[in-house]
Design a protein around this ligand. Structure first.
Ligand SMILES: [Fe+2]
Length: 183
């Protein structure tokens, strides 16, 4: 059993539940100048970033639906801008994982296991929603930033470019949300 097949055997979530499926992702080998071990480590990080990104997307859309109070119009519109941008990012992250040769996680069970963004229960007050989203934006930024050492060491420019763009968005959005909380 080679290292990649062993990885799937050890971590079946990477490839559904069925060992017999291994063959179908194991056709033409990938030879892009990044070792399999490095691609796997990068994909582990990108999978956590995808899970954070999906959870952040859903949380922002949830708050768009449920926000109330005197700031309704501002927040309803602001949250829509944010979740629309965030939705677009999911595809870029997932397809980078695929280009690196691994399956992208795409179930709520996987996202719940991989995400560092805390889910909310109930419907928070408007300014509490803003506070929660600052935390979620910052958590997603920390996950993206944690990938840099391995991405740089592996000379993986497309992933470095992707996470740089995501950091720019999350840090800017966190600043805008944080500004709403000032007196
Ligand atoms: Fe809407």
């Amino acid at each position: 059993m080679d290292a990649y097949t062993q990885t799937i055997a050890d971590q079946p979530w990477r490839h559904g539940r069925h060992q017999e499926d291994i063959q179908c992702v194991h056709g033409q080998p990938i030879n892009i100048g990044i070792s399999e071990a490095d691609r796997q480590t990068i994909v582990d990080g990108l999978s956590r970033l995808l899970a954070d990104s999906y959870t952040l997307y859903l949380q922002t859309h949830n708050f768009h639906w449920n926000v109330t109070g005197p700031m309704f119009n501002t927040l309803h519109t602001m949250f829509m801008t944010q979740y629309t941008e965030q939705w677009g990012a999911l595809d870029l992250i997932a397809e980078r994982i695929r280009a690196l040769g691994f399956p992208a996680p795409g179930t709520y069970a996987e996202y719940a296991r991989l995400s560092s963004v805390k889910e909310v229960t109930g419907v928070p007050k408007a300014m509490e929603m803003v506070r929660i989203l600052v935390d979620a934006q910052e958590a997603t930024a920390r996950t993206a930033r944690s990938l840099f050492p391995v991405v740089e060491a592996a000379n993986d420019q497309p992933t470095a470019d992707l996470i740089t763009q995501r950091l720019d968005v999350h840090e800017k959005t966190a600043w805008m949300l944080r500004s709403l909380l000032e007196e």
